[in-house]
Each structure stands twice: as C-alpha cells, then as structure tokens.
Design a protein around this ligand. Structure first.
Ligand SMILES: C[S@@+](CC[C@H](N)C(=O)[O-])C[C@H]1O[C@@H](n2cnc3c(N)ncnc32)[C@H](O)[C@@H]1O
Ligand code: SF4
Length: 345
C-alpha cells in the first residue's frame, strides 16, 4: 500500500515536471487495449461500431503487445476495451497471460453478452475490475441511444449476475457502472446512484464528449444529446454532490464532480484553466496497433504503431512530443480528465 502511494506520488511530481519543462521524464500510468472495433450496440454517441474491423490484431499479437509493454514497464495496469471486448475471441487467454505476468486487467463492457455463465467465468478469471455501461432505466431511451431492443434487460442482468458471482465466490473483483450523462437521462442520475448503492457497486459518472473515433468536430452543444437546461444541470449536480458527501459510491472526487458541472455549464474560465495532462499518463493501443494518448483524437492523434516500434520508443519519440504540444494547445473541454477518476473511460 505504502509502496503504491509512493509510486503514485512520484509519478504525480514527474508528470507535473514533464508538463512544466516539456522534458518527458514520466512513464504512462495506464494502458488501454482496444481489442476490437466490433460492437453489438450502435450507440448514438459513439462511432466505433461504424469502423470496419479489417486489420485488427489477433489474440497472439495482443499477447506480444502485452509482453512488449511488460518488458519496458514490469507489471502494469491495462484496461481491455473496444468496441465490445467480449466480442474478441479467446479474450480469456489474454487475461490468463496477463495474470501470469502479474499485469492487472480491467474490462469495459456494455454487458450485453454477460449471462450467468460468462459472469461466473469473469469473476473466476481474476480480472481486477469490470465496468458496465448503463444509459437509462427507461427501455425506450435505451433503444434510442444504444440502437437495439433488449439492451436494458441484458445490461442490468449482467450487473446483477456479476454481483451474484462475486458474493458467491467471495471474490475481490471490483464491479462498477458507467453512466454517461446526457439530455435524455440527466433526471435519472440520482436514481442510478441509489441503485448502485443498493446492489453494492460503484458508479462512474461520465460526461458526453464528441463521438469517439470521429475527427469531425460538430458543435457538441447543438447536439440533441447535449443537456441545455442550465437550471436543471445545477439542480442535478446539487443532488449528486449531496450524495457524494453522504458517501454514496460515486467514484469521482468532489473537485472532479464540480468540474463536471462546469463542463456542462460551459464555464470556459474554469475548464480551460485546467491543463490537460493526458499525454503524460495514457497509452492507448487501438485494434490495429496504432497508439494515441487521447480517445478524442482519432486520426490526428496517432503517435506510432506498436507492431512496428517498441512502446518505449513510441512514448519518447519526436512524434509523441509533437502530439503533446498539440494536446497542450487543445481547446476541448474534456481536459479535466484525471487518471482513474476522469470522464471518459
Ligand atoms: C467506447 S466504450 C467501449 C466499451 C463498451 N463497449 C462500453 O460501451 O462500455 C467505453 C466507454 O466510453 C464511453 N463513451 C462512449 N462514447 C462516449 C462519448 N461520446 N462521451 C463520453 N463517453 C463515451 C462509454 O459510456 C463507455 O463507458
Ligand atoms: S459506446 Fe461501447 S457499446 Fe456503444 S457503440 Fe461504442 S463501443 Fe459499442
């Protein structure tokens, strides 16, 4: 525990120094493997399912990626995401491989495929953490936002089954919900937090950002999903903050929750004053092996390909420094993203 705190403290200082001096003296704090672009949902706010899964890395290649990073970092934390990661064949081989190297594996999923059998397998696999994204208690909202009919029952059931197996096997697996706040579900945030507490899981609140995997920057504030009623935003956040004060299982810290409120209120002064340091902690590998720091920077944010170069060379490359400079000048509001407690993932 103490060692972990010292490591985090050192990384924090190194990250700050790197950002201040532009001399990169920090290693990434967490890795994301986007195992596939394939998805069984068609979310309105995500473009990933639209990408053809042509040249995706095989599972064997993902193991090589995992090992390459291990050789540089030693045991590290990785999030398996997508698209929908459970559509990747033999994903459990990769989890086992990581476990053997002492790598902590986490998973982001929409939960659709997680029935009783898969929930048991996940809990038994020694995955450290699983986060299931839910969008609403309302069936129509689910269908409208996620593009298919039986989403609500399946995703809720996934969470319940995971909780069941965690208790039955007395497992330490960390189960969380992700709730992406937008105009269609803002009124449900409180209910979702209460439900999370009731069934004994944590909840990550997320704010709507530009569609993932799209370099088109349409005006987010004009989108139908953008919450426009400022009075409602303030009231919803008043309730969230009260619940946080009363120890409801919201993952974000109080300062981040307040920043999220300002994000929705489009408070430029507060948000743009916060420097974005994502390029000093995040290392994202997409299904084709391309590396970027930021989810929001699709084609423009590439810094290398892990099939061709070592992760260390990519991290310290000239291209990475150029991208760090681009991110430094980025005017997007999602900059309040913080490791582990941030907005997007
Ligand atoms: C891209 S999904 C991949 C994993 C899985 N398919 C899922 O939906 O959980 C990862 C996370 O991104 C979030 N996300 C997707 N599009 C977003 C957007 N436009 N703004 C903010 N978060 C978004 C989702 O809520 C989800 O928690
Ligand atoms: S947010 Fe997740 S579930 Fe929805 S389309 Fe994107 S990858 Fe699929």
């Amino acid at each position: 525990m103490l060692r972990k705190q010292v490591k985090e403290g050192t990384n924090f200082i190194r990250r700050r120094l790197s950002h201040l001096t532009r001399l990169n003296i920090v290693k990434p704090s967490y890795f994301t493997f986007e195992l596939t672009n394939k998805c069984n949902f068609f979310c309105k706010y995500c473009d990933q399912w639209k990408i053809k899964p042509d040249k995706e890395l095989s599972l064997l290649e993902w193991k090589c990626v995992s090992k390459k990073i291990f050789d540089w970092m030693g045991p590290y934390n990785v999030k398996l995401s997508g698209g929908e990661p459970f559509l990747k064949k033999n994903i459990f081989d990769l989890i086992r491989y990581n476990n053997n190297l002492g790598i902590k594996t986490m998973i982001n999923s929409n939960g659709y495929l997680i029935d009783d059998k898969l929930a048991e397998k996940i809990v038994k696999s020694n995955v450290h953490f699983i986060k299931i994204s839910l969008i609403s208690f309302n069936k129509d909202v689910n269908e409208d936002l996620r593009g298919r009919k039986d989403v609500f029952e399946k995703s809720m059931n996934a969470v319940k089954k995971l909780v069941y197996w965690k208790q039955k096997l007395n497992s330490n697996i960390n189960i969380s919900l992700a709730f992406l706040m937008n105009s269609q579900n803002l009124e449900e945030v409180e209910e979702m937090i209460l439900w999370a507490k009731k069934i004994g899981v944590r909840i990550y609140l997320q704010v709507l950002v530009h569609n993932f995997k799209s370099d088109v920057r349409e005006n987010l504030e004009k989108s139908e999903l953008w919450p426009k009623n400022k009075k409602q935003i303030k009231e919803v956040f008043r309730k969230i903050i009260l619940l946080k004060k009363n120890n409801y299982p919201i993952v974000q810290s109080m300062p981040i929750l307040k920043l999220m409120r300002e994000y929705f209120l489009r408070n430029e002064k507060i948000i743009l004053r916060t420097p974005c340091k994502i390029s000093y902690y995040s290392f994202i590998v997409d299904p084709e092996g391309n590396v970027r720091f930021c989810f929001g920077r699709h084609k423009n944010g590439l810094v290398g390909n892990i099939k061709e170069d070592s992760p260390k060379d990519i991290w310290f490359s000239k291209q990475s420094n150029i991208e760090r400079e681009n991110i430094r000048n980025c005017r997007e509001f999602c900059r309040v993203h913080k490791p582990g407690r941030g907005f997007l993932i």
